[in-house]
Design a protein around this ligand. Structure first.
Ligand SMILES: Nc1nc2c(c(=O)[nH]1)N[C@H]1C(S)=C(S)[C@@H](COP(=O)(O)O)O[C@H]1N2
Ligand SMILES: [Mo]
Length: 362
């Protein structure tokens, strides 16, 4: 059971939550998230794209603009990489007051193996102009947010766009992208929050000036007021999640368990180097270390486990991650206007008894 700050959810928020689903926590058991269980975030409508007439345009501050078909892209060198993707708004609905937007709890995450061609050689082939500063990625989807009509588009600083692991991906877990994940082509920016991984790509434009699009300049900034410019959201803050142990109660998701030895397990990730420590705390007691598996890749989560002796009664389990850069999940949420990067530790409420359902009635 998550802390109950999400009272007064509106029908608009419910509508968003129904379109954009999270990872069911039990699916953390899969090292690679089956595609239908991966979280989804779609701002506008999912485009329907015919691959035969689709083209990717590469232009702007380049010497040789390119126009590529999907076949031409797929004929280029390709690689597959396991990448953990997380929405920057994950944890938003646990903030008080709750910013009105997609009301995520803690589960807007998934890890998949993305296959595509590296972006950097394509940009080199197009020939970057001397004044190239950023690369803008434009999707086929369009709509209005806060009164402003726009295409979904985001930029990356040139140095980020040229990282060797940045991919133009056409497959996920070995299958062509499904419509909801960006068919026929999406950007994958390992280590960055989800908003950077532009889906349904139609254009890549090299620019000499900082990009001022709505999803860049208004959204995805850590700020306290509308007036402030704020700091851009970039890389993923560390987070650990556990598979809730035992059996669920349907309505509250409270966990029911018999006393005795219980293996807690989950996954942990960060965009600032691998997670180096995962810890578990029971009933606000000391943080104790969990055992870690090897990460699936430099940009994907790692499994963890922790042996817990479940004593009869009601308990609160928490877990937290620390990454290679020393970032640790904070006890207190850092509130911001649009509710980004809330990585306070997950809390799971567990009732332990020989017949745990008895404890629900009280
Ligand atoms: N074109 C386009 N790309 C997009 C989005 C979008 O609405 N349109 N949403 C972004 C956000 S906010 C997130 S968190 C990720 C979600 O990717 P997924 O749905 O494949 O998990 O896609 C990003 N790419
Ligand atoms: Mo997102």
């Amino acid at each position: 059971m998550e802390a109950g700050t999400a009272s007064g959810i509106t029908l608009d928020e419910l509508g968003l939550a129904a379109r954009n689903h999270a990872l069911p926590l039990e699916a953390l058991r899969h090292p690679l998230t089956p595609v239908g269980l991966h979280y989804l975030l779609i701002h506008f409508d999912i485009p329907v794209v015919a691959a035969a007439s689709w083209r990717l345009a590469i232009g702007g501050r380049v010497e040789r603009p390119l126009e590529l078909t999907l076949e031409q892209l797929q004929a280029r060198p390709h690689r597959s990489l396991a990448v953990t993707l997380e929405c920057a708004g994950n944890g938003r609905a646990l903030l008080e007051p709750r910013p009105a937007s997609q009301p995520w709890l803690s589960e807007a995450v998934g890890t998949a193996e993305w296959t595509g061609t590296p972006l950097a050689p394509l940009l080199q082939e197009a020939g970057l102009a001397d004044d190239a500063a950023e690369v803008v990625f434009t999707g086929l989807d369009r709509g209005v947010q806060h009164g402003v009509m726009h295409d979904y588009e985001r930029s990356l600083p040139l140095a980020e766009a040229l990282r060797e692991e940045v991919l133009l991906a056409w497959a996920v877990n070995g299958e062509p992208l499904p419509p909801q994940h960006g068919y026929p082509l999406r950007l994958v920016v390992p280590g960055w929050y989800g908003m950077a991984h532009v889906k349904w790509l139609r254009a890549i434009t090299v620019v000499a000036e900082p990009f001022h699009g709505w999803q860049q300049e208004v959204a995805y900034r850590i700020r306290q007021t509308e007036e402030e410019a704020g700091e851009p959201v970039t890389r993923i803050q560390p987070r650990a999640l556990m598979v809730p142990p035992g059996l669920p109660e349907f309505y509250t998701r409270t966990r029911l368990l018999e006393p005795g030895s219980c293996l807690l397990e989950g996954r942990a990730w960060s965009g600032y180097g691998p997670v180096e420590r995962v810890e578990v705390s029971v009933d606000r007691g000391p943080w104790r270390p969990a055992e870690l598996d090897e990460p699936l890749s430099d940009f994907a989560w790692r499994g963890w486990r922790f042996e817990w002796r479940a004593e009869p009664g009601e308990h609160e389990l928490r877990c937290r991650a620390t990454d290679a850069a020393g970032n640790v999940q904070p006890d207190e949420a850092r509130w911001n206007l649009d509710g980004y990067c809330n990585n306070t530790p997950q809390r799971v409420c567990v009732l332990v008894d020989e017949r745990p359902e008895r404890l629900l009635e009280s």
